[in-house]
Design a protein around this ligand. Structure first.
Ligand code: GRF
Length: 192
């Protein structure tokens, strides 16, 4: 199965997917890594591994993902023979026509137990709300923000002395285990 990864930041989840591939626990190949942020470490990590990368040029828009840019992104992913698209810290909302190009084949990882705490800085939201547990969710992407059906979730406790950093770090340990597992589940369902 061929994966396309979209990320805007560090790419630790992409690294976890690569590690699972290397360990032989995920039968996949990362075919293409795309980022809207030319300076993102995810691009460096991918290039170091010889994985093709490209920058998504969002035409100067800070948060918008223009329709024609989504169409071009879909074409790039198709040309790379991608079966499943994984959003990994990608900070723009995926909509049409990219959604239509990969129906039920776009996944996202979110650092909370959705539907709780969608949107940015979910671990900070959990702390502010006084939650006693949080976690992460891998879900199918639909046109909403963090609203598609869940594939898998993992829970972590929220501790009394947690800071945003300690809670996020605990959630990320689970993310790195969960994402490869969720990709396996979806790939099996799709037969890819
Ligand atoms: C993760 O916490 C993920 O849940 C969220 O963005 C973060 C990305 O981290 N969507 P990384 O770039 O994979 O290290």
């Amino acid at each position: 199965m061929r994966l396309g990864i979209l990320g805007s930041g560090s790419g630790s989840n992409m690294q976890a997917i690569l590690d699972a591939i290397d360990a032989g626990t995920l039968d996949a190949e990362i075919a293409l890594v795309l980022s809207d942020n030319p300076g993102a470490f995810i691009l460096e990590r991918a290039a170091k591994r010889g994985i093709p990368t490209a920058v998504i040029d969002c035409q100067g828009f800070k948060t918008k993902f223009p329709e024609e840019v989504q169409a071009a992104t879909a074409r790039q992913l198709h040309e790379a023979g991608v079966d499943i698209v994984c959003l990994a810290g990608f900070m723009r909302l995926v909509k049409q026509p990219l959604l239509d190009a990969f129906p039920d084949r776009i996944l996202n990882i979110h650092p909370a137990l959705l539907p709780a705490f969608p949107g940015v800085d979910a671990w900070k939201q959990a702390l502010a709300a006084g939650a006693t547990e949080s976690g992460c969710t891998v879900h199918y992407v639909d046109a909403g923000m963090d609203t598609g059906p869940a594939v898998l979730q993992a829970k972590v406790p929220v501790l009394a002395d947690d800071t945003p950093e300690t809670l996020h770090a605990r959630i990320q340990v689970e993310e790195h285990r969960l994402y490869p597992e969720a990709i396996r589940v979806v790939a099996e369902k799709l037969g890819v």
